[in-house]
Design a protein around this ligand. Structure first.
Ligand code: FRU
Length: 502
């Protein structure tokens, strides 16, 4: 088939050029003051979805969508890093670069996918994207393997799935593979006639795949195309996660239900948002050596325009994008999910401040000044029984004169968690809200992770999570607790300064 691919290049040569480009840029990038301290970033340039997450031979591997030539999306490569503890990461050579007719084009490349351990061979399943002469986008599923976990060879029989089934469309991407009994299974994201779908395949050898059918699909409410589907058992149930296109501010959805491998059908009875923030997309899961189901997501999403506004000011310093801190996924007794930052974060805890029972009064500051930092973990509990306050919250990343500040608040009247970044930095925009269940309980617990340019918030027993990027000046580090309308009792607060993991 004719393609508009750039002139032929070997995979090895494509990787070498990409590495050179990163090597030239990375020292200057590392000096940028918005670089994160404990969230994963590429050494330079563009990053989007996490790919190929796997606990392999005792180490965590993270691959990621990567454009190694500019701080913007382009022909997709797979960056690669590994870690022993999910906190400290070591960059490895780029694993995949566009090089073949089926994955080589400046608007195509090696799109998202997953990794499995095939009897000691680290095997990557990814979407090859090419654009034909007539402009048509062709997405196929491809395989690459590695014996040493570092150097990957593309399978000579690629693509392993060369066309979408009747149930799907040209949007046919992001294979997630797992093993069940003696077979490999793959779910691929697609959509047809305005309904998002997860398509199911099976294989005995990762090379020949049989189409099973539609695992699950939208019922008119859950988006038009399901990007990055992920399917896994949890407790006695199954979970399907995906990033729906065309579902407004719902960017990451989970469904909980039951799987019938005989029919290849997943029937679900619970739906929820994985994260309610502006900047959390394409989470991927894996099982680690401790039996934990862990997810990592891209700290951005596609919706905002123009793109430079959406993806933050860091492109001016040749980098763009990062990963969320890893979260465990657990099933609650009522069938919902909770998401908690992995406990390994504690290795970064340094100075600690604890305050016990403290009355918070409107207009009065509570926290000592010395807790100020751009890298913090905060755990706070507020007494809601008998509380007459309208709103309780935190002023975060505030400048001395308060012209820069981010407000995180819990409105007890509207029963909403609210994140207002409209005065964060002169760049970020928008207020994000989520339903706050704690407003009906006796106690409000907040767990907040602050890093240089991101804030992750966990509440409602980790059932409500919200992640947003902000880009304040490095000196805007003040924080305090506030209440509106009446006093509130803060039962306790613990604040840890976190050291850098890099
Ligand atoms: C999700 C996504 C995937 C695709 C990749 C391309 O963010 O659009 O569907 O494979 O990004 O980089």
């Amino acid at each position: 088939m004719e393609t508009r691919a750039s002139s032929p290049i070997s995979h090895r040569e494509a990787l070498r050029k990409a590495e050179q480009s990163i090597a030239k840029a990375k020292d200057a990038v590392s000096k940028d003051l918005h670089r994160l301290k404990y969230h994963f970033m590429a050494p330079a340039y563009w990053i989007n979805d996490p790919n190929g997450l796997i606990f392999f031979k005792g180490e965590y591997h993270l691959f990621y969508q990567h454009y190694p030539y500019a701080p913007q999306w382009g022909a997709m490569h797979w960056g690669h890093a590994k870690s022993k503890d999910l906190v400290h990461w070591e960059h490895l050579p780029i694993a995949l670069a566009p090089s073949e007719p089926y994955d080589n084009h400046d608007r195509g490349g090696c799109f998202s996918g997953s990794a499995v351990d095939d009897n000691g061979t680290l095997s990557l399943l990814y979407t090859g994207t090419m654009i034909q002469e007539d402009g048509k986008v062709v997405q196929t599923q491809c395989l690459a393997t590695s014996q040493d976990g570092i150097t990957f060879e593309k399978y000579e029989g690629n693509p392993v799935i060369s066309a979408p089934p009747e149930d799907g469309s040209a949007d046919f991407r992001d294979p997630k593979v797992w093993r069940h009994n003696d077979l490999w299974y793959m779910v691929v994201g697609s959509g047809k006639d305005g309904e998002g779908k997860a398509l199911l395949y099976k294989s005995a050898n990762l090379r020949e795949w049989d189409y099973v059918g539609v695992l699950a699909e939208s019922d008119g409410r859950i988006g038009t195309m399901w990007e990055c589907p992920d399917f896994f058992p949890l407790g006695d149930r199954y979970v399907l996660m995906f990033s729906p296109m065309g579902m407004g501010h719902h960017k990451t959805i989970y469904l909980v239900g039951d799987m019938d491998y005989e029919t290849g059908k997943f029937t679900w009875d619970q739906m929820g948002d994985i994260d309610h923030g502006f900047d959390y997309y394409a989470p991927q899961s894996f099982l680690d050596g401790k039996g934990r189901r862990i997810i990592i997501a891209w700290l951005n999403n596609w919706d905002w325009m123009p793109w430079y506004k959406d993806f933050g000011p860091t492109y001016q310093n040749n980098w763009c994008g990062a990963m969320s801190f890893p979260r465990t996924v657990e099933l609650e007794p009522d069938g919902r999910l909770k998401f908690s930052p992995v406990e390994e974060l504690q290795v970064l805890r340094r100075e600690h401040v604890h305050l016990g029972n403290t009355k918070v009064t409107p207009g009065k500051s509570v926290l000592p000044k010395y807790v100020a930092s751009d890298c913090l973990e905060i755990k706070a509990e507020f007494e809601l029984a008998g509380c007459k306050a309208e709103e309780i919250g935190f002023v975060l990343r505030a400048s001395e004169d308060s012209t820069q500040q981010t407000l995180l608040s819990c409105n007890l009247q509207t029963k909403e968690l609210r994140f207002d970044r409209s005065r964060a930095d002169g760049w970020s925009e928008g207020v994000q809200t989520a339903k706050l269940e704690a407003a009906d309980d006796g106690v409000l617990k907040l767990h907040i992770l602050i890093d240089t340019s991101v804030i992750e918030v966990y509440t409602d027993g980790d059932r409500t999570v919200m992640t947003n990027n902000i880009y304040p000046d490095p000196g805007s580090v003040n924080l305090d607790v506030f209440t509106v309308g009446n006093d509130v009792v803060m039962r306790s607060i613990d604040i840890w300064k976190l050291s850098s993991a890099w």
